[in-house]
Structures are given as C-alpha cells and as structure tokens.
Design a protein around this ligand. Structure first.
Ligand code: PMP
Length: 412
C-alpha cells in the first residue's frame, strides 16, 4: 500500500470510514471470493440492494407503484424538480448537445463550462474554479494532486469516502485525526513537522450533519504553514448567506486553499467544482488526474446547476425555508420522544445501532408511506446504523409532522 496509514487516537478497524478502507486495503477484511463476500454481507445484515424510484425526484416519489414521502434525498432545495432548472437543462441539450465528447483538455471544454466556473468562483469568493465530473472525482483528484511524495495529508476520521480514497491515491503519508478534534489535529500537525501538510475536512459531515471546527482548523493551519481543503458538499446551498457555504458563513473566504463542492445536492444537478486561486486552478487542470483523464460534464448538467445558482442568488429565502423545515422536523421528532437535537441542519441522524433493526424500521416506515433509507456500515461506523433523515425546502410542515408521527409510533 503506497500511502502509509498512521492514525492518531483512532483505531485502524471498521469503526471509521478511514479504518474500513485501510482494513480492506491491507487484505485483512472479509472473504475475497465474490459469492463469499455476498453471503458474508447477507449473514451480517449488511447486503445492499438498489431500490428503483419510478418518478422524477421531488418531495414525493413513486416507489413500488406507491406515492411515498421522500425523506432521504440530498436535493435539499427541491431544485432537481424545479421547472426552471429542468428547462435550462433541456435548452442546453438542444443548443450544446447531449455530451462534451472528450476530456476538457482535448475538445470537451465548452462555453457553458467556462461560464459556470466564473459564476461558482464569484459565489464562493475565490479567484478561480475548476469543474469536475462529480464530487467523488473532485475529492480524489484534488487530494491526490495536492499531497505529493514526502508530504503529509491530515484527514478527519469521518471524512467522506472520496476524501479517504484521495488519501489512498496520494503519494503522501496519511494521518487521520479523531473526528472534529482540534487537539488531535494539532498532534497530527506536530507529527508532520518539517514536511508540507495538507489538512482536509468535510465542512458539514454527511452522516451526522455536524460541522467542522473551521476557525480552529484555519488557525492551526496558519501556525503550521499547512494547506486546507474543505469539502462543502452538504453546505453549498444549505448554510451561509444565500447558501454560499460554511466558509462564507464563518467569514473564512480567502483562508481556505481549495473549497470543493458538488452540483449534485442542493444545486439539483450533477458534477462538482473546486474553487481556489488562479494558480491552483492551473495546477489542478495540469495535475488532477480526474480532470485530465475524464470527459467534461454534459452541458445540460452544467446549465441546470447554473440555473440553480441564479435561483439561489435571486431567491435566497429558499434557504430559509429549508432551515424552517429542518427545525420543524427536529422539533416533531423530539416531540415523539426521539433523541434529536434542535437546530437548522437538514441532515437528522436517527441512530438505531443494529443494521437489521435499522433496515426493519426503514421497511416499516416505507409501508406507512415514508421513505428514509437505512444507512449501515461501512458508510457509518459499526454499531451506528441509522435512518439518515433529510428535510427539504419542498416539504410541508404537515408532511414532516406526519412522518415524525410514523417514526415515533414505530420506535415507541
Ligand atoms: N463529499 C461528500 C461529503 C459527500 O457526501 C458526497 C456524496 N455523498 C460526495 C463528496 C460525492 O459527491 P458526488 O455525489 O457529487 O459524487
């Protein structure tokens, strides 16, 4: 394994996203034969199967021929179904065609790509922006490109799998610090002394909806001369002025080297971006393998995201509606006696623990018209299987109250 794995106060086992990947990479994991793996997962209650949504995305979707309330989507603002966003995508297909045809460095860089990069840079308050094919490709590409041989990448234990894989691809040593723990981060940076360090963290963590201590991270980075990469996948369109993200909310624009975000969640489309200095953007276009060796985004995805950004700019109150619904969902769940904190964040983890119990609750809720997919290891640490509930701006408060009652009755 190229990236030596060092962990600070975090066991190298399946309890963490980093641990799970390290275990698999070192060959100590589950049986390797295909059928043995499938049987092993089935026996552990961890086998995953794809469900098929039979309608467009929205606050309600059709599943197995029935209308159900969607309570587990990242389409936070309901923009995937917004007629203006759909029309923008349709117009772009007619004007620019269905695909980009090649890597952007060959012939796949088109006017819509350039225009969206300029709009995203302005939205995030950076000099420049580089589009990527997806959030997964952005994180793996950026982390692997920036953290070179002889360097260190310092990563939060609960970072998204795409960051974990970026660490694995990077030729730097990886040091994992305990989740959101500034003392742990300081210790990791001390260990990295004498080598260039790159700190990487989600801004809003995808499975718990909590936020990274960004002020402290920036302070430590400054003291140690480290770079900072922040993944705003679940903050873009969700937090900050007009949904500009946690970095903007905390007044930290200009302090973060690379702000990654996706077009696939609150912006209702597909694709991703890295906002940074003009020099770093040039570096990424030349060194991020997921830009160089991957086809440019379809113009329709680019146009849809551009329209979503315009909606955010012109109607920032849609973010307020999301927060109001997040508060309502949390209050209704708490009123049902469920252990849920008050707050504005739309990701609401309902931790059950056992994977089969979480799946049982998911199926029972679905029978009653509430679709909240169970999330099990390795996506979350062992013993923390959950329903990851997500409020959307397009829900009504009555729908959220009814859903909370269903979940309360099933768990009471
Ligand atoms: N970062 C985080 C924090 C995520 O939660 C996700 C998606 N779940 C990604 C990156 C990947 O984004 P995409 O779906 O656009 O590949």
């Amino acid at each position: 394994m190229r990236a030596a794995a060092a962990e600070l106060g975090v066991a190298t086992d399946a309890r963490t996203a980093h641990g799970a990947v390290l275990r698999a990479a070192s060959g100590g994991g589950p049986p390797s034969g295909v059928s043995a793996v499938v049987e092993d997962l089935r026996a552990a209650g961890l086998l995953r199967e794809l469900r098929t949504v039979e309608s467009a995305q929205g606050a309600h979707v059709r599943l197995d021929g029935r209308d159900v309330l969607l309570l587990c989507s990242n389409d936070y603002l309901g923009l995937a179904e917004d007629p203006r966003v759909r029309d923008a995508a349709a117009r772009a297909v007619h004007e620019w065609g269905a695909g980009a045809g090649a890597s952007r460095l060959v012939s796949g860089n088109m006017t819509p790509h350039r225009e969206l990069e300029a709009e995203l840079a302005a939205f995030k308050g950076t000099e420049a922006c580089v589009l990527f094919g997806s959030g997964f490709l952005a994180n793996t590409g950026v982390v692997a490109a920036l953290a070179g041989p002889g360097e260190v990448v310092v990563s939060d234990a609960l970072n998204h799998a795409s960051i974990v894989d970026g660490c694995r691809l990077a030729q730097a040593e990886t040091i994992v610090y305990p989740h959101a723990d500034l003392d742990g981060l300081a210790a990791a940076l001390d260990r990295a002394a004498g080598r260039r360090a790159t700190i990487v963290t989600d801004s809003v963590f995808s499975m718990d909806g909590d936020v990274a201590p960004l002020h402290g991270i920036v302070e430590l980075a400054r003291r140690h001369g480290a770079r900072v990469i922040v993944d705003e996948a679940h903050a873009t369109g969700v937090i900050g002025p007009a949904g500009r993200g946690l970095v903007a909310e905390l007044g930290l624009e200009g302090e973060i080297d690379v702000v990654v975000g996706t077009l696939s969640k609150a912006l209702g489309s597909y694709g991703a971006f890295a906002c940074c200095s003009a020099e770093l953007a040039t570096f990424l276009v030349n060194r991020a393998r997921t830009v160089i060796f991957s086809t440019g985004l379809p113009p329709s995805c680019v146009a849809a995201a551009g329209e979503a950004l315009r909606i955010l700019r012109n109607e920032p109150r849609v973010v307020g509606r999301l927060h109001a619904n997040a508060r309502a969902l949390r209050a209704e769940l708490a009123a049902q006696g469920l252990a849920v904190e008050p707050g504005d964040m739309p990701i609401v983890p309902l931790v059950i623990g056992d994977p089969e119990a979480a799946m049982g609750l998911c199926e029972a809720a679905l029978d009653r018209g509430v679709f909240a997919q169970a999330i099990r290891p390795p996506t979350v640490p062992d013993g923390t299987s959950r329903l990851r509930l997500v409020a959307m701006a397009s829900h009504t408060e009555a729908e959220l109250r009814d859903a909370a009652r269903v979940l309360g009755a099933l768990t009471g």
